[in-house]
Design a protein around this ligand. Structure first.
Ligand code: PLP
Length: 386
């Protein structure tokens, strides 16, 4: 059976070139990067070269890049680390459409006495700027708003948001896990103090990410027990994965313009077909500021009455991998918190599908997916009425 993977926001396959870059680090240059002997120094050199490549990809200095076990840890380190280090300010301002890796540490801190505001978003999923201006004040330690949303692809007005945070004397963190390698990313232009990255969304290995921390920004470590990553993230450095991350990011930046244009044409092609097939469909996300590879649609409840999870399962039976929400909410019967936050009713939010394109997809896939989707939906609607 033909199989088509359209869930690149959940994860991407490892690029064979990344595999080749990593291979020598597993057994050849296996030393502990913190050892003083030549084995250690060789590993250290690879690690620092990888840090330099990642720093360059985002316009940072190498000393501002801290390796973590992934995006989740980097988000947690940013939020918990800043709230532990900053004295005299107890407030966090974030949005209700953030990834769980931001929402959950914020909730945890809220339960432990911090003052957390989860701001509303507009119908496109962008944070409400008036609410932001109202909430950010002299008690705010940290503002955390993602660069681009993993479910809808909506891109936030990060420089403007950073400006509001800084005017109030707060730090600004942005989760750029989904935008990295897809759109230009420069920490100085964005005005971020902290920024989260993850390798496995850009054809790199799973289990490694990084937190950019602007020089001088206060962040306490969450782990204790070693001095690695200049004390911010102790634990023996994972040189093979850092090397893979750097190679994946280097390739993503190098190939970004051409690949993003290609992905956009696939995404727009599917959007056109889906709109023709299902009039009245809702396309979620900001049409003027959206990542190029994500198409998120809802079948409005009044017209279609479909369950997203059933749609996902039926598409899977056709060999097509899509999701109804983010990877962690799919599989549960809860509708996506992002689509709900955008103002959709619960039933419509549940009837949501996310297609995310990647390197392996072609225009031929677009026609096939649209055709199978039509068959699946007709079958589901018939079953319902029959
Ligand atoms: N932030 C966003 C926006 C994501 O999409 C993801 C992954 O789904 C994460 C954070 C978590 O990253 P990781 O899987 O590397 O922990």
């Amino acid at each position: 059976m033909r199989r088509i993977y359209l869930d690149h926001t959940a994860t991407t396959p490892l690029d064979p070139r990344v595999m080749e870059a990593m291979r020598p680090c597993f057994s050849g240059t296996f030393g502990n990067a913190s050892s003083v002997h030549s084995y250690g120094r060789d590993a250290r050199e690879l690690l620092e070269r990888a840090r330099g490549t990642i720093a360059q990809a985002v316009g940072a200095e190498p000393a501002e890049v801290f390796f973590t076990s992934g995006g989740t840890e980097a988000d947690n380190l940013a939020i918990m680390g800043v709230m532990s280090a900053v004295r005299g300010r107890e407030g966090i301002v974030t949005s209700s459409a953030e990834h769980h890796a931001v929402l959950e540490p914020c909730r945890h801190l809220s339960e432990n006495g911090k003052d957390v505001s989860f701001l509303p978003v507009d119908p496109y999923g962008a944070v409400d700027m008036d609410a932001l201006r109202l909430q950010v004040g002299e008690r705010t330690a940290l503002v955390s708003i993602m660069h681009a949303n993993n479910e809808t692809g909506t891109i936030s007005a990060v420089p403007a948001i950073a400006g509001i945070a800084h005017q109030a004397g707060a730090l600004f963190h942005s989760d750029a896990v989904q935008s990295a390698g897809k759109i230009p990313l420069d920490v100085r232009e964005l005005g971020v103090d902290l920024m989260t990255l993850s390798a496995h969304k850009m054809y790199g290995p799973k289990g490694i990410g990084a937190l950019f921390v602007r020089r001088g920004a206060p962040v306490d470590p969450m782990l204790h027990g070693g001095g690695q990553e200049r004390g911010r993230r102790p634990g023996t450095e994972n040189v093979p994965l850092a090397v893979g991350f750097a190679e994946a990011f280097r390739l993503a930046v190098q190939e970004r313009e051409e690949e993003s244009a290609r992905l956009r044409s696939l995404r727009d092609g599917l959007e056109r077909r889906v709109r023709e097939l299902f009039p009245g469909i809702i396309v979620n996300g900001d049409p003027a500021a959206r990542l190029p590879h994500i198409l998120n649609i809802s079948f409005n409840a009044a017209e279609y009455s479909l369950e997203g999870d059933m749609l996902v399962m039926n598409m899977d039976l056709e060999g097509i991998a899509v999701t109804s929400g983010s990877a962690c909410t799919s599989g549960s019967l809860e509708p996506s918190h992002v689509i709900r936050a955008m103002g959709r009713d619960e039933k419509t939010a549940k009837a949501t599908l996310r297609f995310s394109f990647g390197k392996g997809n072609t225009m031929d896939d677009v026609g096939y997916v649209a055709e199978r989707l039509k068959i699946v939906i007709e079958r589901m609607l018939k079953k319902r009425t029959g």
